[in-house]
Design a protein around this ligand. Structure first.
Ligand SMILES: NC(=O)C1=CN([C@@H]2O[C@H](COP(=O)(O)OP(=O)(O)OC[C@H]3O[C@@H](n4cnc5c(N)ncnc54)[C@H](OP(=O)(O)O)[C@@H]3O)[C@@H](O)[C@H]2O)C=CC1
Ligand SMILES: O=CC(=O)O
Length: 358
């Protein structure tokens, strides 16, 4: 179902995976649970632990089968900027997709294209072999997976849960615990790449958790993405994603300062964007967003509130290993100011507004 060119790109990363597994670093030290993980939350209790049987699944990435020879039924929870195009690509590729979203109306376009609808995460999980979740933040990811009528309540042995939201490692481990207690398998698989790569099936998956599930869902990841990395134990995928987005948030803050400084000293900021694009610090992100930023336009691809969330979580990760991150800490403050100016739902490039005199 994927083109040969795409298949080749994907397979080259899979070969590299062996090296990545060998190079993986020790597990990070434990950190105190964040507020949304504390016991006051209305979570469905973890059932008694059922040992995993990785032998239950093939270690080959295809064919995609629910273990009964029939095609896997795929669930998708969370149809925001990212989840909608990801689920759409699965439908377009001919998969049997069942969707749920908190705001039900967002399911309609996908249902009109052939998706099934279920009224709760639990019912999606119960009716599907593998369920993906693409949710806003740690709180919503935990609620949808482990809360009342959450996905874990519909999980049983033989099923799989793949959380592609950007969350911290502690959140991912909590969700993993709830899912695995049902006998099902868990994979965290946050994505690098924004709205357009999601639409184009060009995301980069940063996965960790049950390797048998990684192999099993590889055909789906290959529909939605251009490459995939398997990084080891639960938490490693979350950590990789947070480090990448920490760098990205600082880059955007620095670019914003440059645009405004160039303007103030009488340079044309559009020329600055062009100069940057031709040199060693060129980045697709600058080329894509720079021209609009110069015109004070921020069409939302990656909401600013999510970038600030990622910086916050990355700073927590850094603190847990006593790694100094002063640049990211300063950038985080800037995104917080931007949020206080009502820019949460704008693209994260709107952080430049926080540097303008009000
Ligand atoms: N946009 C991007 O460029 C990228 C985003 N990401 C990450 O992917 C995730 C999703 O991002 P994106 O699609 O942009 O975000 P959106 O804000 O567009 O969508 C968020 C989704 O989460 C749901 N949601 C939020 N709160 C709750 C809740 N309490 N209970 C149930 N569902 C809830 C929303 O439901 P509803 O529709 O009802 O509001 C919606 O489906 C985030 O973790 C983000 O950091 C990763 C890579 C790129
Ligand atoms: O998380 C955002 C992205 O562009 O990647």
């Amino acid at each position: 179902m994927i083109s040969m060119a795409k298949a080749n790109r994907v397979s080259s990363v899979v070969v590299d995976r062996t090296r990545m597994l060998i190079c993986s670093s020790p597990i990070l030290p434990r950190t105190p649970p964040p507020t949304h993980l504390r016991p006051s939350m209305d979570l469905v209790p973890v059932k008694s632990f059922i040992p995993l049987s990785v032998k239950a699944f093939s270690t080959k990435s295809q064919p995609s089968s629910g273990g009964n020879g029939l095609p896997e039924r795929v669930g998708f929870l969370g149809l925001g900027i990212m989840g909608s195009p990801m689920a759409l690509n699965l439908i377009k590729a001919g998969h049997d997709v069942t969707v749920w979203n908190r705001t039900e109306s967002k399911c309609d376009p996908l249902v009109s294209l052939g998706a099934k609808y279920k009224p709760s995460p639990e019912e999606v999980a119960a009716s599907c072999d593998v369920t993906f979740a693409m949710l806003a933040d740690p709180e919503s990811a935990v609620d949808v997976a482990c809360g009342k009528n959450g996905a874990a309540s519909g999980m049983t042995a033989g099923k799989g849960y793949v959380d592609v939201s950007t969350v911290d490692g502690a959140t991912s481990k909590l969700i993993s615990e709830h899912i695995r207690a049902t006998g099902a398998l868990f994979l965290e698989a946050p994505v690098s790449g924004s709205k357009k790569p999601a639409e184009d099936g060009q995301l980069i998956f940063l996965t960790a958790g049950d390797e048998a599930l990684y192999e099993r869902v590889a055909p789906f990841l290959d529909v939605m993405g251009k490459s995939r990395f398997y990084l080891g134990d639960v938490g490693k995928g979350a950590a990789m994603k947070l480090v990448v987005n920490m760098i990205m948030g600082s880059m955007m803050a620095s670019f914003s300062e440059g645009i405004l400084l160039s303007e103030k000293v009488g340079l044309d900021p559009s020329v600055l964007v062009e100069v940057v694009s031709q040199g060693a610090i060129s980045a697709p992100m600058y080329t894509l967003k720079g021209p609009a930023m110069v015109q004070s336009k921020y069409p939302t691809a990656f909401p600013l509130k999510h970038q600030q969330k990622d910086l916050r979580l990355a700073l927590g990760l850094a603190e847990s290993v006593s790694q100094s991150t002063p640049i990211a800490a300063a950038a985080n403050e800037l995104y917080k100011v931007a949020k206080s100016h009502g820019l949460s739902d704008q693209d994260f490039s709107a952080v430049i507004e926080a540097l303008k005199p009000k």
